[in-house]
Ligand binder design. Structure first.
Ligand SMILES: [Zn+2]
Length: 158
């Protein structure tokens, strides 16, 4: 962390929650704990913790350039997890069920939000490749690079 003071956040999670809850859930979802991730994450845009009823969005997106609908989409996605719960199949949690994926598409800017996140993932991926190349040229060793597809999969494990 730099010594620079964090600017006040451009987005208010409470406000985003209220709006998404009203628009898509008739205001019926009880407000979970809402937090930004402690650190910027390259792989996780959001998550919902059932045990602690905590919804976390990636701090990376808390900047003026992020379209509001992207945050609303992630909020909607995570609130769907809260609303639907999860199934346990063979001792594994199943959260992105066909029903989940169908309801997820009810989000009004579903395509725009996914497109934005895909481009963001690609850009972040290229940035990390460039950073790795710089490291490699210093150290002279070639680490195995994750494929773009692997990165995308990580990125979308919301
Ligand atoms: Zn999810």
């Amino acid at each position: 962390m730099s010594a620079m003071k964090k600017k006040s956040a451009p987005f208010d999670l409470n406000e985003i929650f209220e709006r998404v809850n009203e628009t898509y859930f008739d205001g019926k979802i009880a407000k979970p704990r809402l937090t930004w991730s402690a650190r910027v994450s390259k792989s996780t845009m959001g998550k919902y913790n059932y045990a602690t009823d905590t919804l976390t969005l990636n701090r990376l997106l808390n900047r003026a350039g992020t379209p509001r609908y992207v945050l609303e989409f992630l909020m909607y996605h995570e609130l769907l997890h809260k609303a639907l719960g999860y199934q346990v199949v063979n001792q594994r949690r199943r959260v992105h069920t066909p029903r989940f994926r169908k309801l997820e598409k009810n989000f009004r800017q579903y395509r725009e939000a996914n497109d934005y996140l895909r481009v963001l993932a690609k850009n972040e991926h290229e940035k990390s490749l460039a950073a790795r190349r710089r490291t490699v040229s210093v150290r002279g060793a070639e680490p195995r690079e994750k494929s773009y597809f692997e990165r995308l999969l990580e990125f979308f494990s919301l």
